[in-house]
Design a protein around this ligand. Structure first.
Ligand code: IMP
Ligand code: MG
Length: 181
């Protein structure tokens, strides 16, 4: 069973659901009378997005980007490749980026600059997890689910080599399963 690979649960499924509801309510309040586009990064953030979207009580639309930081390991190079761009034109729109986790911040910094150039009416960040300890570039985070310590986590969308995304909680992998960290 895949949960046998987990050393410690950092955020339980209940804690996630409770916090996602709160975030959804805050977003509904802050964007009332507006119709934001929630922009999510494939694939990790779609689990969070699908729960968050259902906790939001105003009109929204969804759009997706797929990016890749070179390689398949846990380390971010900061060099990002866009594999799939947005379908929508975001000029003049309220854009909320929905991310699973911000670590060094390099991935999101790149994305933020890229989307900013398209002149949205506003551009904000909502991340489920914030790992501030290894942050290299400062980012304005409007909504944050949980701050977590500098540990490699999996579950609720987050993967290690494409596995563990389907765990319903956020957990720390047993260290013997991590190859290069
Ligand atoms: P950053 O560019 O260092 O902020 O890294 C962001 C990306 O690295 C995230 O979108 C994840 O794909 C990945 N990442 C960072 N930390 C973790 C982790 O603890 N578990 C799984 N993926 C992570
Ligand atoms: Mg990601």
């Amino acid at each position: 069973m895949l949960s046998n690979d987990i050393q410690e649960i950092l955020v339980s499924a209940d804690q996630i659901q409770h916090r996602v509801k709160e975030l959804g309510e805050a977003i509904s309040r802050d964007y009332q009378d507006k119709e934001p586009i929630l922009v999510s990064i494939l694939k990790g953030a779609v689990f969070f997005l699908s729960d968050l979207a259902r906790a939001i009580s105003i009109h929204i639309s969804l759009d997706f980007m797929a990016i890749s930081s070179y390689g398949d390991s846990q380390k971010t190079s900061g060099v990002v490749r866009i594999l799939k761009d947005l379908d929508e034109i975001i000029t003049g729109r309220e854009v909320l980026i929905v991310e699973d986790i911000i670590d060094t911040g390099l991935t999101l910094r790149y994305l933020l600059n890229n989307l900013e150039a398209r002149k949205p009416a506003s551009l904000k960040i909502c991340t489920l997890l914030d790992k501030p300890f290894r942050r290299i570039v400062k980012l304005p985070i409007a909504y944050q689910g949980f701050e977590i310590p500098d540990k490699f986590v999996v579950g609720y969308g987050l993967d290690y080599k494409q596995r563990y995304r389907n765990l319903p909680f956020i957990g720390v992998l047993k260290p013997e399963l991590l190859e290069d960290r």
